[in-house]
Ligand binder design. Structure first.
Ligand SMILES: NC(=O)C1=CN([C@@H]2O[C@H](COP(=O)(O)OP(=O)(O)OC[C@H]3O[C@@H](n4cnc5c(N)ncnc54)[C@H](O)[C@@H]3O)[C@@H](O)[C@H]2O)[C@@H](O)CC1
Ligand SMILES: Nc1ncnc2c1ncn2[C@@H]1O[C@H](COP(=O)(O)OP(=O)(O)O)[C@@H](O)[C@H]1O
Ligand SMILES: [K+]
Length: 507
C-alpha cells in the first residue's frame, strides 16, 4: 500500500471527482458517513458530541458528521470557526444542511469564543484542519487546541489531528497539535501517522475507505510503501526436494562476547529456523560449552581470545555473514570489526548491535561497508552512527540519505520498521507488537535476515521478508501468550507458524 503525500491525495481526490464521476459534496458525504459509522460503532448515543469544525473541507466533513450523528439521535453541539468570514464551498454547503435540523445546537465563531462546559463522558470531534494545514497553528486556533487538549474527554480527529502535518513535523510547535484518542483517516495512512513521535497526537488510528480511484492509486508513484502480506508471500522461494544442506546456504555469525552468549544463541537459532542449510558461529573460546549445549546444530569457530572477538574470519566459505549481536566494544573488537568489513566483500553482510555501536565511534569506517550491506539499527544505534537528532522524521530522512550515499540498506527498527533501500524507496513493515520490545528481539531479526541472504534472497528481499516474518512470528506469539509475557525466544518458537502462514498465503 502506497503512502501518499498531501499533494497526491488531492490529486487522487480530484481524479475521483472527475472520473467516477462524483460531486465533491457527495464524496464528502461518503467520507462523513464512514466517520459517523466509526463513531457509532465505538460510542452509543448517550454520549454528548461536541464538534469543532474549521473553515476548510475538514470542517465540512465535521459538519456532515454532526448532521449524520444528530439523525441517529446523538445530542450534538457544533462550533464552526470562521475567523476570516470564508468557508470552503463544501463546508458552506454542509453548514446550510445543518440549518434544517432542530436537535443540533449550532454556533459560528467569528471572533470571541466562549468554551462550552464539558461532561466527562462527552466526545469531542476534531474537524478543525486535516491534510490542508499549511503552517503550524498559532493565535486563536492554537488557544483552541490547547483548550481541547486540557479537557478530560475523548477526542476523535477526522483525517488528521489538527495541527499535525502529513510529513515533516520536526519544526512544528507540538503544544498546538490536537492530542486525539482516535484518528479516523481517509484512504491510507499518512507518513506522519506511521512515526513514533506522533502517536501521542494520533491515538488509535483507523483507516477508512472512501472509494478514491484505485486506478489512479496504482498510477501514482510514491517513495513510501507499507509492505503487504501478498507482496512478501510472492517472494518466498520453493525448496528443492533434492536439495542438501549445501543448497540452502552456509552462514557465518560473529557474535557473543563472554557474558553475552545469549545474543549468539538467539541469532543462531533464528537463522536455523528460517531455512538455513549450515551455520558457523565464530565466538570467544569461553563461550564454547554454553553454545555447544544451547545450539548443537551450529559449528563453532573459536576466536583466539577467551572472552572477546579479536580476529576477523575469511569470508570465502560463506554465503552470508552477520556481524554484531552481543559483540562488545573493546578496542581489539573494534579493530577486528574493521578488518571483518574489509574482508567481507564477497558475501552479503548484516551489521547489527555492537558492530553498529563501533561504527558510531568510528564514523569514517562506514565507508568500508560493502555495497548492499544491511544495517539493522534501533533508534539509539542509529543516532550513534548517523543522526544526532531525536526526531523520527529526521531519522527517516537521514536513514534514506545514508542508504543512498553508501548504496546499502538501512533497517530502522521500531513499530512500523522502515526499510530504506539504496534507490530512495522506503518500505514500512506492518507486523509486530510491543511484546517484541524485549531484550534479544533484534538478535532474532539479524539471524532471520542472515539466513535468507545465505539462501540467495537478494538483500532487499531478505530485508522485507525477514522483517515481516519477525513481526508476524511476534504477532502469532502475542496472540497466544499476551504481549507482557513474550520473550525473544518465543519469536523463534513461532517462526514455523509464521512461515506456514505466508507460504500458504495464496493457497
Ligand atoms: N482528500 C480527500 O480524499 C478528501 C478530503 N476530505 C477532507 O478535506 C480535508 C482537506 O481539506 P482542505 O484542503 O480544505 O484543508 P483543511 O480543511 O485541512 O484546511 C484548509 C483550510 O485551513 C486553512 N489553514 C491551513 N493551515 C492553517 C493554519 N495553520 N492556520 C489557520 N488556517 C489554516 C487553509 O487556508 C484552508 O482554508 C481532508 O483532511 C479531509 O478531512 C473529505 O472531505 C473527502 C475526501
Ligand atoms: N512496539 C513494537 N512494535 C513492533 N515491533 C517492535 C516493537 N518494539 C520492538 N519491536 C521489534 O523488536 C526488535 C527489537 O530490536 P532491538 O531493539 O535491536 O532489540 P535487542 O537489541 O534487545 O535485540 C526490532 O526488530 C523491533 O522492530
Ligand atoms: K482534524
Amino acid at each position: 500500500m502506497k503512502v501518499f503525500s498531501q499533494r497526491q491525495i488531492k490529486e487522487l481526490e480530484n481524479y475521483t471527482i472527475e472520473n467516477e464521476p462524483i460531486a465533491a459534496i457527495d464524496l464528502m458525504e461518503r467520507a462523513a458517513k464512514k466517520v459517523a459509522a466509526t463513531i457509532i460503532k465505538h460510542y452509543d448515543n448517550s454520549r454528548g458530541i461536541i464538534v469543532f469544525a474549521g473553515p476548510g473541507n475538514n470542517g465540512g466533513d465535521a459538519l456532515a458528521t454532526a448532521r449524520l450523528l444528530a439523525l441517529e439521535n446523538y445530542k450534538v453541539e457544533v462550533y464552526l470557526f470562521n475567523p476570516n468570514d470564508h468557508l470552503s464551498a463544501d463546508c458552506e454547503a454542509n453548514k446550510q444542511r445543518l440549518d434544517t435540523l432542530a436537535n443540533i445546537s449550532f454556533n459560528e465563531v467569528t471572533s470571541k469564543f466562549q468554551p462550552p462546559q464539558l461532561n466527562n463522558d462527552d466526545i469531542i470531534i476534531d474537524g478543525l484542519f486535516g491534510i490542508g494545514l499549511n503552517k503550524p497553528l498559532s493565535g486563536g486556533f492554537a488557544a483552541l487546541v490547547q483548550f481541547i487538549n486540557t479537557a478530560a474527554v475523548e477526542v476523535i480527529a477526522i483525517d488528521m489531528p489538527s495541527g499535525l502535518f502529513c510529513n515533516d513535523n520536526s519544526d512544528n510547535d507540538k503544544r498546538n497539535i490536537i492530542r486525539a484518542t482516535r484518528t479516523i483517516t481517509f484512504h491510507s495512512p499518512k507518513l506522519s501517522q506511521l512515526l513514533v513521535d506522533n502517536q501521542e497526537y494520533i491515538g488509535k488510528l483507523e483507516v477508512v475507505d472512501i472509494g478514491l480511484s484505485e486506478e489512479k492509486s496504482k498510477e501514482l508513484y510514491s517513495d513510501f510503501e507499507i509492505v503487504e502480506a501478498e507482496q512478501v508471500a510472492a517472494m518466498i522461494k520453493s525448496r528443492n526436494a533434492f536439495g542438501h544442506k549445501g543448497s540452502f546456504g552456509h552462514a557465518l555469525l560473529i557474535a557473543g562476547h563472554y557474558g553475552m552468549a545469549g545474543a549468539a544463541v538467539l541469532a543462531a537459532k533464528a537463522s536455523l529456523r528460517s531455512g538455513l542449510g549450515k551455520l558457523t558461529l565464530h565466538t570467544p573460546i569461553k563461550n564454547n560449552d554454553i553454545l555447544q549445549t544451547a545450539i548443537p546444530e551450529a559449528i563453532l569457530s573459536h576466536d583466539f581470545s577467551e572472552t572477546i572477538f579479536t580476529t576477523a574470519v575469511s569470508s570465502e566459505a560463506y554465503n552470508a555473514i552477520c556481524l554484531g549481536p552481543g559483540l562488545g566494544k573493546e578496542p581489539d573488537t573494534a579493530l577486528a570489526v574493521l578488518e571483518q568489513l574489509q574482508m567481507s566483500k564477497k558475501a552479503p553482510l548484516v551489521v547489527d548491535a555492537d558492530a553498529l555501536n563501533i561504527l558510531g565511534e568510528h564514523k569514517s569506517w562506514l565507508q568500508e561497508l560493502p555495497p548492499a550491506t544491511i544495517l539493522t539499527p534501533h533508534p539509539a544505534e542509529f543516532r550513534r552512527i548517523q543522526s544526532g537528532s531525536t526526531d523520527a522524521f529526521t531519522h527517516l530522512v537521514d536513514a534514506q540519505t545514508l542508504a543512498q550515499r553508501l548504496n546499502i540498506i538501512v533497517i530502522l527498527k521500531g513499530h512500523y520498521t522502515a526499510i530504506c533501500a539504496p534507490n530512495g524507496k522506503t518500505f514500512f513493515n506492518p507486523t509486530g507488537n510491543s511484546g517484541m520490545a524485549t531484550a534479544g528481539s533484534g538478535d532474532v531479526l539479524s539471524g532471520i535476515i542472515t539466513s535468507l541472504l545465505a539462501q540467495q534472497y537478494s538483500p532487499l528481499e531478505a530485508s522485507l521478508l525477514g522483517v515481516y516474518f519477525h513481526g508476524l512470528a511476534g504477532d502469532l506469539a502475542q496472540a497466544d501468550l499476551e504481549e507482557e509475557c513474550l520473550i525473544a525466544s518465543d519469536i523463534i518458537k513461532y517462526l514455523p507458524l509464521a512461515f506456514k502462514q505466508l507460504k500458504y498465503f495464496h493457497k
